[in-house]
Design a protein around this ligand. Sequence first.
Ligand code: MG
Length: 334
Amino acid sequence: MLGNSRVCLGIESTAHTIGFGIVTSDGEILSNELETYRPTSGGIHPREAAQHHAQVAHEVLRRAIQKAGISIDEIDIVAFSVGPGLGPCLRTGATIARALALRLGKPLVAVNHGIAHIEIGKLVSGGTDPLVLYVAGGNTLITAHHEGRYRIFGETLDIAAGNCLDAFGIYAGIGPMPAPELEARKGTTLHPLPVRVKGMDVSFSGLLTAAKKLVDSGVSIPDASLSITEAAYSMLVEVLERALALTMKKEIMTVGGLARSRRLREMIDEMVKLHDARQLYVRDEFLGDNGAMIAWTGLLMHMHGLTIDISQSKVRPRLRIDEEEAPWVGRKSS
Ligand code: MG
């Protein structure tokens, strides 16, 4: 405890990032430390990433506690990412969380990673009930809270938007995001690419294939980058606009690693101007995977009695955002 507020340690380890964040029940973020596994080539190898996390976890945790200016005994709740994510990575974080909860004799909370992205975004941007675009290397979906839980209005039918742009960048020899977006700023000619939108769902694999063909046919990397990023972002903005018309929400918030894109933000700003809505801005630090988002969501869940017994704390690699109740939304917490 710090004064009258509870202190939660949040552990994030769903993919390439291992993070430890410490947050109070007043919403004060005391620390948010992380390390990211960067493969030398190709995508994330789950076991290698998990090994990385296990190796650096101790040091990242030490830093988080030091920066928070607390002693480990002042932690009241231990929260961890239970899913979705890569099995070996999730298990590494869960093992640390269980060990700490046992040693400290404190309750354990299993947090849905996607919901945590939304809750930290709301906390730092001051949002209350946004329509959310969650775009990252492994996730692309549109969600909003409705009758007790987050509902999915649209999602990708194949690969995630971030994955599409990362794979394009690697294929073109410039590396993953943000390289394609930076190259796009130097582009001058837009080449037509297939834009696949079905209702509020999107599909990116055809776009990726076609953009690779542009590179093969000798189109310059800046022009190919411009073409693929503009196509991908317009698909996202189109489905977001449909979801906005359907849900009639007044706030739009974009979270996840790809939300760092300045161009995507700009296009969403143009779109919301036409509607009676505004875009919330989340600082870059809280857009990608981080421990503070797990800590804050852990606190919200704990206030509603949503703790978990260690024996029931198995990780859930395929967990969806709409599989769990989010009873704290739209209610005053005590
Ligand atoms: Mg994420």
